[in-house]
Design a protein around this ligand. Sequence first.
Ligand SMILES: *Cc1c(COP(=O)(O)O)cnc(C)c1O
Length: 229
Amino acid sequence: METLENTISQNLLQIKKQIPSHITLIAVSKFQPIEKILQAYNAGHRDFGENYAQELKQKYEQLPKDIRWHFIGHLQSNKVKYIASFVYLIHSIDNLKLLYEVNKQAIKNNRVINCLLQIHIAKEETKFGFDIDECRQVLKSSEIQQFQNVKILGLMGMATFTNDSQQIKNEFLQLKNLFDEIKQTISLPNVDMKILSMGMSNDYPIAIECGSNAIRIGTLIFGERKKTN
Ligand SMILES: *Cc1c(COP(=O)(O)O)cnc(C)c1O
């Protein structure tokens, strides 16, 4: 019988074999226990993604300090303080008030916090993010330059949850086009378009085909999540 450890490291290996080496694989560990995260860590993995600020803080405190913690869930402004001292990259900036708060907490912690703007590309109302036009406006406004302790390193988006791969592809391509447009037209000291975060367990091959260089995979690595709370 296979051990759990073997399964997780084999899953990681399996995915890494399929993706080009310039793509960052973020192991999404929300709702997963410490021991499973440690198994991925012991297999050499360092990039992990979490969706809830307090859960992330607890895991940060218990796990090795060379883990790069990616925050990928909807973030409320009043929760930024829990993660501001250590978070590696916030993928899910979906409004200016949140960016203001991240900047404030970054100043308090005497650091620069790297962020991605989350863009709403899905045909689902439930998903968060700036609309494409809103994103353009935000980057053209003078406000963004005032946030000197945040660095915008790219964009994140989630496609509609559907089996229609053409629709998924269209949504990812919209995001890729926006990414390229911003890269070519926006020149600000704290904006540097490098990371395009798109693709999850069910759609990451399409995302890579469309230009993603950061994929966020949970289920394919750790198995189904058990929601305990
Ligand atoms: C949960 C989650 C993932 C991972 O989803 P899987 O389908 O388990 O791979 C990726 N991105 C975000 C934003 C998530 O909330």
